[in-house]
Unconditional design. Structure first.
Length: 133
């Protein structure tokens, strides 16, 4: 069993399909809150939906309004099910906390090459780990 430990940002336990990228994500202007689709041109996930996925990305980027965009997505039902960052920054962390989206960061080892998009995983943010199912 593959298990990668990290540190809790926002609690909860979810299971679902991973969506992984090496590109940072900006929620303000980079993701359409109405659909959950990444609209940032040239982004590795351009055209893909974050809705209901456990999204793994290095860190967030962009405006502090991104926290509110993530909250909007949660209210509209277009938000990710969970978030895993290599290094959390305030925008995504606050967005996850106010939106009640399970989130961990500071992983003990890289998920790249271990987890692919579409892989079913469990994010146990309460205990601080992700595991391949």
């Amino acid at each position: 069993m593959i298990k990668i430990r990290g540190k809790k940002v926002s609690g909860g336990i979810v299971e679902g399909a991973a969506l992984i990228t090496r590109d940072p994500i900006t929620f303000l202007g980079g993701v359409d809150p109405e659909s959950g689709v990444v609209v940032e041109r040239g982004h590795e996930l351009e055209g893909k939906s974050l809705k209901g996925k456990i999204v793994i990305f290095p860190r967030g980027k962009g405006s502090t309004v991104g926290s509110y965009v993530l909250y909007q997505m949660k209210k509209k039902g277009t938000a990710p099910k969970g978030i895993v960052n290599l290094e959390a920054e305030e925008i995504v962390a606050v967005g996850a906390i106010i939106s009640d989206i399970p989130m961990i960061h500071s992983l003990e080892k890289s998920p790249y090459g271990v987890i692919d998009s579409g892989t079913r995983i469990r994010l146990n943010a309460d205990s601080g780990y992700i595991e391949v199912l």
